[in-house]
Design a binder for this molecule. Structure first.
Ligand code: NAD
Ligand code: DAU
Length: 356
């Protein structure tokens, strides 16, 4: 069996669902259920005998050690994190606690467990750390996409915490021999993404006729990857990635934020026309920029493509259409996750912004 952490979040839940569709091997999910974790994301497999959920913190070493010795997983995939850049600017401490301290504690527990394994099992064991392209900093328009050899230049408290976690993973391999692999992925989108991130926020606000808050000039570029493609990339790295290596995963879909928002508006115009006519694009509102806002991320995926034969398979247009349709069909999911605590965050984040 394998252990995933943070499996009730956006990417972790996509990974668990896909895992159980693809094979019989059981999967154990350790998730603290922060505001971003929703057991409902995995309602479809809640009663599957191959799936087991434990609520808990990756930083709780005693709990993790118990789970490891009880379930004896052949791999750990660490999805658990605080993941939203704006929240890291408003309140960085939780990012240090989970992304840095939590990851180190998880590494310590994994190392002790790995040392206790018989030789052949220890040789097969993997610790896969799920990280981000934001650790490389920001690109100018003319610069080539991020390669695995780029220097780390994290700019936000979020990316600094992820960069620190990557360094600790590297150190646990280099110093203690733990068989780790790290992935650095670009912006994901798809079903069940919490509506604090750009794409689900714009869909959510567009459907409610609310302003679509674009930070600054909206010319920042992200490389969008459908979450299912990310999961297939993780699977390729888990199965065939070289121990101690890092792999960049990207979508080959660079878009400015304004291009993304206009694409969402165009899709909403045809699927749910505004009462009284006009385009959802009239809801676009430029608001104060994010402090320290990275201008551009882009991924050079030649390492994972060349070594593991992986490449994204879902085009941005198809993925966006499917994603918007999912949000339209799952308004109850959106309502359930955007409860009191979410509304408080929206008020804090956007309430006082000029133009919002
Ligand atoms: P998310 O915020 O949707 O989910 C995070 C999950 O981790 C939640 O279920 C939460 O309850 C859980 N969690 C948080 N703290 C925990 C703790 N201390 N112990 C156990 N569980 C805890 O995040 P996501 O978008 O699914 O991202 C998953 C991982 O992928 C993160 O490590 C993130 O840095 C990385 N990543 C995300 C993206 C993206 O675009 N979303 C891109 C690249 C990398
Ligand atoms: O690159 C990978 C990273 O992508 C992941 O590691 C992070 O976990 C994930 O949150 C994401 O970070 P970003 O900051 O790029 O994603 P976000 O959806 O918050 O913002 C995308 C872009 O849209 C960014 O340039 C900021 C802008 N934006 C975002 C929001 C929420 C807006 O213009 N308005 C908004 O309201």
């Amino acid at each position: 069996m394998i252990l995933v952490t943070g499996g009730c979040g956006f990417i972790g839940s996509a990974f668990v669902l896909r895992w159980l569709k693809d094979q019989d091997e059981p999967i154990l999910n350790l998730d603290l259920l922060t505001y971003a974790g929703h057991p409902g994301n995995l309602a479809a497999v809640a009663n599957d005998p191959r799936y087991r959920f434990v609520r808990g913190d990756i930083g709780d070493m005693a709990l993790v050690q118990d789970l490891l010795s009880q379930h004896r997983p052949r791999a750990i995939l660490n999805f658990a994190a605080e993941s939203h850049v704006d929240r890291s600017i408003a309140a960085p401490q939780a990012f240090v606690q989970t992304n840095v301290v939590g990851t180190v504690k998880l590494l310590q527990a994994a190392h002790a467990y790995w040392q206790s394994m018989p030789g052949d099992e220890a040789a097969r064991f993997r610790f896969l750390h799920v990280s981000t392209d934001e650790v490389y900093g920001s690109l100018q328009a003319s610069e080539p996409p991020f390669r695995e050899t780029n220097a780390y230049e994290p700019n936000s408290p979020y990316s600094a915490s992820k960069a620190a976690s990557d360094h600790f993973v590297r150190a646990w391999h280099h110093t203690f021999g733990l068989p780790t692999v790290t992935t650095n992925c670009s912006n994901n989108y798809g079903p069940r993404q919490f509506p604090e991130k750009l794409i689900p926020l714009m869909i959510h606000n567009g459907l409610k006729g609310l302003p679509l808050p674009v930070y600054g000039d909206g010319q920042q570029v992200r490389d969008w990857l459908h979450v299912d493609d990310h999961c297939s990339g993780l699977r390729a790295v888990l199965d065939h990635g070289r121990v101690g290596e890092t792999y960049n995963i990207g979508g080959r879909s660079e878009r400015t934020n304004l291009q993304v928002v206009h694409a969402i508006c165009a899709a909403l115009d045809s699927l749910v026309p505004l009462a009284g006519g006009g385009s959802h694009a009239r809801l676009i509102t430029h608001v104060k920029d994010r402090p320290g806002h990275d201008r551009r991320y882009a991924i050079d995926d030649s390492k994972i493509a060349g070594e593991l034969g992986w490449q994204p398979s879902i085009t941005f247009d198809d993925g966006m259409r499917q994603t918007i349709q999912w949000y339209l069909a799952n308004q109850d999911w959106v309502e359930s996750v955007t409860s009191g605590a979410y509304r408080q965050w929206v008020e804090q984040q956007y309430g006082g912004r000029p133009g919002s």
